[in-house]
Design a binder for this molecule. Structure first.
Ligand SMILES: *[C@@H]1O[C@H](CO)[C@@H](O)[C@H](O)[C@H]1NC(C)=O
Ligand SMILES: *[C@@H]1O[C@H](CO)[C@@H](O)[C@H](O)[C@H]1NC(C)=O
Ligand SMILES: *[C@@H]1O[C@H](CO)[C@@H](O)[C@H](O)[C@H]1NC(C)=O
Ligand SMILES: *[C@@H]1O[C@H](CO)[C@@H](O)[C@H](O)[C@H]1NC(C)=O
Ligand SMILES: *[C@@H]1O[C@H](CO)[C@@H](O)[C@H](O)[C@H]1NC(C)=O
Ligand SMILES: *[C@@H]1O[C@H](CO)[C@@H](O)[C@H](O)[C@H]1NC(C)=O
Length: 301
């Protein structure tokens, strides 16, 4: 119902006024000079005296207004930054501010002597303001490395832009999902953004971080190198390695000593058993080959 009513009004307005209602879209950046176009140009034989022009933002705020050739508006936010072209009513804004973002409307009325003034045309302009983000700063911090892979934390940051951006990352052109990302809270001033990714690399990778805002884009690409750790490093081993290896060496030596002390007796008792005739000395049993030879000789005799 409401929709039909709206549509009806729209069609009525469109037909009765007989001019195009299409909205003009203008994009600009903070600090620049921009011209928002209106919808009428004064014919050379006419003068600004015969017109009333309103430039308004949103539904209530008057940016600039002229009547009978004189400026009739007063708006602190705009007065020193705006002027109107007196032939085609283009609204010039310089320098553009973040708060200038919004919907504008230019209404042109013609003042006929002894008649009611009538609306010549209405122009709608959507004005998108952007502010450039700094070129993304991409840093990579390696926190673990092995022969197979390198663990990295990649950080991308950018600041001072508008509007709220979309931050995307790509590894060898394939999009990635950030492990963490943060955009500073602010709707009317500049944004800062940081995003992080934990990465396990098995080979060199090209990493791209892109910041998109209002149709503009800033990006940085960094080649992440996998550090080759497969070669034994020349650096001296750390303390605990030295301690561990000393312990192993000491234990090994201890084992050797123990073996030298106890193993021979065991072997001796074994090899001396057959020769029960003589009470052999332990020393002789340390040479089992000789003793076995002796045994075979004795048996053959
Ligand atoms: C209005 O006039 C100015 C300069 O006279 C020109 O730069 C601008 O493009 C014109 N705008 C339109 C909508 O005709
Ligand atoms: C605009 O400019 C005039 C003169 O240059 C100055 O007196 C006035 O304070 C300014 N207004 C604003 C809002 O900056
Ligand atoms: C800028 O203005 C346009 C038109 O009113 C609006 O759609 C858009 O949301 C505004 N952007 C910001 C960041 O406020
Ligand atoms: C990039 O970020 C690093 C780490 O936060 C910082 O040391 C460096 O100064 C930054 N570089 C630029 C150009 O901002
Ligand atoms: C980071 O994200 C990737 C995939 O999005 C996931 O596999 C990985 O476990 C995450 N790492 C951390 C430390 O959250
Ligand atoms: C964004 O970063 C700048 C410095 O890079 C800082 O001065 C500013 O306060 C930050 N803004 C927000 C909203 O965090």
């Amino acid at each position: 119902m409401r929709w039909w009513l709206g549509l009806g009004l729209f069609v009525l307005l469109y037909l009765s006024l007989g001019y195009a209602l299409e909205t003009k879209v203008i994009r600009s950046k903070m600090g620049e000079k921009v011209g928002l176009p209106c919808c009428h140009e004064i014919p050379s034989f006419e003068s600004l005296q015969n017109y009333r022009i309103y430039w308004q933002k949103g539904t209530t705020e008057v940016v600039l207004a002229y009547a009978k050739g004189k400026k009739i508006s007063n708006n602190e936010r705009y007065d020193n930054r705006t002027e109107m072209d007196t032939r085609n009513f283009t609204l010039w804004i310089s320098p553009v501010e973040i708060l200038d973002n919004g919907s504008y409307r230019c209404v042109v009325q013609e003042l006929k002597p002894l008649q009611n003034s009538y609306v010549v045309c209405v122009k709608h302009v959507t004005f998108f303001v952007a502010a450039d983000f700094s070129k993304p700063n991409v840093t990579a911090e390696e926190f673990a490395n092995s022969c197979e892979s390198t663990e990295m934390m990649v950080t991308c940051s950018s600041h001072g832009g508008f509007p709220k951006p979309k931050v995307s990352g790509a590894l060898n052109s394939k999009p990635v999902v950030w492990n963490a990302s943060h955009v500073s809270e602010s709707s009317l001033s500049l944004y800062n953004v940081t995003a992080q990714l934990w990465l396990s690399m098995t080979e060199d990778i090209s990493f791209t971080c892109s910041i998109e805002y209002n149709g503009f884009i800033q990006s940085t690409t960094l080649l992440l190198r996998k550090t080759n750790d497969c070669v034994v490093p020349a650096v001296p081993p750390p303390h605990n390695v030295i301690i561990a290896s000393s312990i192993i060496i000491i234990m090994f030596l201890l084992a050797l000593i123990l073996a030298a002390r106890y193993l021979p007796r065991h072997v001796g008792s074994h090899c001396c058993k057959p020769q029960d005739s003589v009470e052999e000395d332990v020393k002789e049993c340390t040479k089992p080959p000789t003793s076995s030879k002796m045994t075979s000789e004795t048996s053959s005799v």
